[in-house]
Design a protein around this ligand. Structure first.
Ligand SMILES: Cc1cc2nc3c(=O)[nH]c(=O)nc-3n(C[C@H](O)[C@H](O)[C@H](O)COP(=O)(O)OP(=O)(O)OC[C@H]3O[C@@H](n4cnc5c(N)ncnc54)[C@H](O)[C@@H]3O)c2cc1C
Length: 391
């Protein structure tokens, strides 16, 4: 048996869950940006006192909306792992931004993989520059994790294609310019398709008022109603079945969103450690108590596992994608579960301080729960994993 040294394994890229020095440098750059541009406005983003679009413009100006857009279309060609690192950095302060960026990234990856040459040239530069913003409109009132229940309808008459139906919980619904809609051709037995739709609020595409969701509240979440909404000729994405393409888009979004869960977890641990160092009870720092130490140790273990699984998923997006779906499901499951556990344990360490509505942890507790639900619940990730096992 050939036993490879750890160094050679890394050099060959067989195991690549750790960051290269270039990626570490990017991480540092992203953290500096987040500390300067996101930290000061995080609370007001959640309360909507600060306009999310202003922060997105700042992100765009730095080129960070195009991290995963190919250079030929005005992006940085850096791939999913750097994007995860960026989302991790901003989500240490505001995980709702991570949700917003995850849907945008999914639309970019769908275009890269399944878009035609003209769709790529038309949309990718605008998405990279922040002149356009992308999102996914899959869910409906009766179609949550179950896409087979999607009832939005596509009608074709000659060259004219229209969409009619109601979509729920669309992230960035009130400012997205490019929405990928999951809809069914004709009646309830018709084939599902994914349709690229350039949208703006109009009679044919009514965007409802922002929904008040508990958690990830800086994200704008809207319902959308389409009525004979015109889809451009060639707007249907082809190259795989609608189900496969929709799941692929969600795999991308989930991996990026897991980065948000990792950032949230890091920030929650930092709060707990800081408090454990400073707070004195029974004449000693509470960090001296084994009960508190074990909480911190468990939090660190959960956070590290989540981070490794998330980077692993992003890395598996490079190359032939054969393991991507599996890793994406696992990282969504592991990272969001860790975020819920860690924010809850951190709240135990902070005790009354965690109940201070000005403390970021109060937001993180809500955010962690929402992270677990959006882009497919924990149960749904397990269903996907089981289907990959083909038992
Ligand atoms: C903050 C947020 C943002 C979102 N953004 C978007 C977006 O941009 N675009 C979009 O299209 N959607 C979006 N969604 C919708 C989201 O993807 C759905 O809410 C999610 O998939 C869950 O759907 P549901 O709430 O209808 O749960 P349901 O599908 O009704 O499920 C209810 C419960 O039953 C469980 N369940 C269902 N079927 C099974 C089964 N076979 N076995 C075991 N358990 C099962 C589920 O896991 C869950 O626990 C967003 C949701 C949230 C909360």
């Amino acid at each position: 048996m050939v036993v490879r040294s750890q160094a050679s394994v890394f050099a060959e890229g067989v195991v690549n869950t750790y960051l290269s020095s270039a990626q570490e440098a990017l991480k540092e750059q992203y953290r500096n940006f987040a500390a300067q541009s996101v930290a000061p406005v995080a609370a007001s983003l959640e309360s909507h006192a600060k306009d999310l679009k202003e922060v997105l413009q700042e992100i765009a100006q730095k080129g960070y909306l195009g991290i995963n857009v190919p250079r030929e279309y005005g992006g940085q060609s850096l791939g999913l792992l750097p994007l995860v690192l960026f989302v991790e950095a901003v989500s240490c302060f505001e995980p709702g931004l991570g949700l917003t960026l995850s849907n945008h990234a999914a639309v970019i990856e769908l275009l890269k993989r399944f878009g035609t040459g003209s769709q790529k040239s038309r949309y990718l530069p605008a998405l990279a520059r922040g002149e356009g913003f992308g999102t996914l409109a899959f869910s409906e009132e009766n179609a949550g994790v179950d896409f087979s229940a999607v009832a939005s309808r596509i009608e074709k008459s000659g060259n004219k294609i229209t969409c009619t139906g109601k979509k729920t919980l669309v992230v960035s619904g009130d400012f997205a310019t490019l929405v990928v809609v999951l809809a069914r051709l004709g009646d309830k037995d018709g084939d599902l398709g994914l349709y690229l739709s350039e949208v703006q609020d109009s009679k044919a595409c009514r965007v409802q008022a922002r929904r008040a969701i508990s958690g990830l509240s800086s994200a704008h979440i809207n319902d959308m109603e389409f009525e004979d909404f015109p889809i451009e000729e060639g707007g249907q994405l082809i190259g795989a079945s609608a189900g496969q393409m929709a799941l692929y888009a969600l795999d991308v979004a989930k991996t990026v969103l897991a980065g948000a869960a990792v950032g949230l977890s890091e920030a929650a641990i930092a709060s707990a450690v800081d408090h454990a160092r400073k707070r004195t009870q029974f004449g000693v720092n509470i960090g001296q108590f084994q009960g508190i130490q074990w909480k911190l140790a468990d939090m660190e273990v959960a956070a590290t596992g989540a981070k490794l699984q998330t980077y692993r998923a992003a890395w598996s997006h490079e190359g032939d994608l054969s393991n991507f779906a599996r890793h994406a499901a696992m990282c969504k499951l592991v990272a969001t579960n860790a975020a819920r556990f860690i924010s809850s344990e951190s709240a135990s360490v902070l005790a009354t301080c965690a109940l201070d509505s000005n403390h970021p942890l109060t937001r993180f507790l809500r955010d962690a729960r929402a992270l677990e639900i959006c882009l497919g619940t924990a149960e749904f990730q397990k269903m996907l994993l089981v289907s990959e096992l083909a038992i």
